[in-house]
Structure formats: C-alpha cells, structure tokens
Design a protein around this ligand. Sequence first.
Ligand code: AKB
Length: 344
Amino acid sequence: MKSWRALILLDSSNPVLSMKPTILVTGANGQLGTVLIPALRIRYGTDNVIASDLRPAAAYTGRFEVIDATNEDRLAEVVRDNGVTQIYHLAAILSASGEQDPLRTWRINMTALLNVLEVARKANVEKVFYPSTIAVFGESAQLTNTPNDSFLDPLTAYGISKAAGENWAQYYFVKYGLDVRSVRYPGVIGYQSDPGGGTTDYAVDIFHKAVLGKPYTCFLQEDEMLPMIFMDDAIRATIELMEAPSEGIKIRTSYNLSGLSFCPADLVAAIKVVYPDFQVDFAPDFRQEIASKWPDSIDDTPAREDWGWEPGFDLQQLVTAMIENLQKKYNNPNPRIGKNQAAA
Ligand code: AKB
C-alpha cells in the first residue's frame, strides 16, 4: 500500500525537494491541515511550512500565524513578510455546517478564496492548492463513476462555493498564469484528526465509537453509497499533484479523485469483523438529503493519466489502519479485542 510516508522516504532525491518552497497553509487546524502540515514539514523542512488558522491549536509546535483568510491585508502581510512561494488554501466551511447559514458559507468561502488568489497573484506566489469536493456534483451528474467533466449543479452552499471556486482557479490560471491546482476530495477518513461539519463525517465518528466500545447512531441511511479516501492517500494525492510538472496539469478547474466507495452497511460489516458486538442503528437526518445527491463513485481517469494518481487503500486496509491507530490512541480500552482479532 502506498502512503505519504512512503512518498517521503522513497522519493528524497526528487529535484523538487532541493528547491525548498516556503509554504503557507490556511485552515491548518482542520481535519486535513492537521495531517498535511507534518507531512509537508517532513518533506520540505519544518521551517519552510507556516501553519495558519483563526486561532492557534492548543499545543502547536512549529511556525504558526493567526490569519483570518477573509482579511486580505493580513494574508498579504504574512505572504510578503515570509516570502511565501506556495499556498495551500484549506480554510472553508463544509457541507453540513454550511447549510446552517448558507449565505455566510458562500461569503466566507468565496471571500477567503478570492483573497488567496489575489494575494498570490500580486506577490508572485508560484503555486496555489485549492481543495474542491464531490459536493460540486448535483442532480445532473451521473451518480456512478461520475466523469470529471460532468455538468455541475450542486445543491449545498458549500458545493456552490466550491464549484464557483474551481472556475475562479481556472480564471486566475488562464488570465494571470497563476499555477493553481485542485482536486475534488471525496470524504476523507483518518485517525489523526476529527472531521469538522461534513456529510461524510460518519465514516470517522463510527470508528471512535467502535474502538471505545460504545454504540453508534448513523445519520445516513445504511445503503447510502459515497466516495471516500483514506487520509494517507488524500495527503499523498495532494503532494503528488503539487509536485507534478506544470505542463502535465491539463485540468485547471479541479481533478476528480477516487479512493474507494462504500455505504454505512459495508463499513459496519467490516468493523464487525474486529468488533462483532458493535451496535449500530440508523437515524438519517438532513445530511442524508445532501448525501443522496452526491455520486456513489468517481471516475478519476484524468488524474491517473495526467499526474499518475493511484489510490493505495481499499476498505479492508482502511479499517485495519483506523482500528489499529485508534486502539493506540485510546490505549485499547475495549476489552473484547484480542490480538488475533485484528482485521486481516
Ligand atoms: C463534506 O462532507 O462536506 C466533505 C466533503 C465531501 O467535501 N467531507
């Protein structure tokens, strides 16, 4: 299985590494940022990666700047004062929390992105990473193996902001030559950090409950199939895209990115191999309505062809990695687990 750790260990002769970018990451305290920052620091050097968020995390180590990305002057100041050459713009409000106040979600997501693009353009930043999402797809898209170039008619404020953002990314590339790169993440599943306000969050929460020996109530229907990706794959995809030669990046809106697809019932069955007594019930809420409009699976052929994307984790490997790592985190509190019960 391929992981970002393998990428770092196996690839240290990559000429990209000798150029040592100075990287700014917005939304550093979020689910992805918490894991991406250590990966970037291992790859490019601790001092070359500046984490930023609205507030510092409790026990932050390494360079950190308090930045509200909706404040263009503050963003410009940090970029200028630190000679930033790459920005990973992760700060955003996600699908489920975004629906609580749709106009605020639009305002924050768009203002922050346009600030990043403008600051990057004015300061001659070399590359920008912009995360998009499967939430850009809506009812016009084919649900199975959704093609990269599907018509986008998203039905959440988050999805609308990300679809618009993809077009702004392309606009800045075409009009100003700003090297903006983007992937459409599926639901990201990792043990290292908590998700924050997404429709796919169940697939992380469920593992914590299983390892703690507690029952879980799932907010999606048991047969709601969604595209997902293991955190290590998501991090590796991000770094591989950002390091790919510019001429290979043919899509300047955003690349579909596929890991695996499953529904809650599949996940419960896989977890029950390890925890046979795990209790799950289903109480679908407003997030089921969001999920029902999203793809079941994603066609990521352009990502594979243009920059060599290949996922490394299947469902069994993901479940094993999640349970083993959460058992360590929680000091294996569930007495029903014996060594020989680890998922194969
Ligand atoms: C969410 O559920 O909102 C995110 C996403 C798929 O973009 N995880």
